[in-house]
Design a protein around this ligand. Structure first.
Ligand code: HEC
Length: 139
């Protein structure tokens, strides 16, 4: 009888431990998920190469320092201005389009065809979403 109680208790503790460990995945809030996406985006953005073809990374052409033009414009504040550049386009839409269709809108003072043109084929939707989420944090 004593053994039975002991085993029942052990089983109960084990079940509690399993619930405590396994249950964490689903209850992250939307905000946390957004932060995770932006963190992934930052990692992607700052890599020297990116995507399935190891193409040149964003930082090879874009600086995060104000006023520093490498090949493309500095991305200081891009999260703030992205929503103001094209009428009817949200910041997120503009940033995503800039990645997958770089010639759709050209930043003043820059030339078409200079930004790497093939990301649409080399980045996953999640990677594009993550890059946009990260750039939205660059206020
Ligand atoms: C070979 C250089 C090059 C690479 C690599 C590059 N870009 Fe660009 N990018 C440019 C140039 C040049 C422009 C400005 C011309 C234009 O609007 O297309 C630009 C413009 C942009 C814009 C519009 C910016 C604004 O200020 O309105 C965004 C957003 C952008 N790039 C994101 C990215 C991201 C994200 C990556 C990496 C996945 C990347 N770029 C990689 C050269 C590059």
């Amino acid at each position: 009888m004593r053994n039975f109680i002991l085993y029942t208790l052990l089983a109960l503790i084990l079940a509690l431990v399993l619930v405590a460990c396994g249950g964490g995945g689903d209850n992250s809030s939307g905000e946390e998920a957004g932060q995770d996406l932006a963190a992934l985006g930052e990692e992607l953005y700052k890599g020297q190469t990116i995507g399935s073809a190891s193409s040149p990374g964003c930082v090879t052409c874009h600086s995060l320092e104000e006023g520093v033009t490498l090949v493309g414009p500095s991305h200081t504040g891009v999260g703030s201005r992205a929503g103001t550049l094209v009428a009817g386009m949200s910041a997120e839409e503009y940033l995503k389009e800039s990645i997958v269709e770089p010639n759709a809108h050209i930043v003043d003072g820059f030339s078409p065809g200079v930004m790497y043109q093939n990301y649409a084929n080399e980045l996953s939707t999640e990677q594009i979403n993550a890059l946009a989420a990260y750039m939205l944090t660059l206020k």
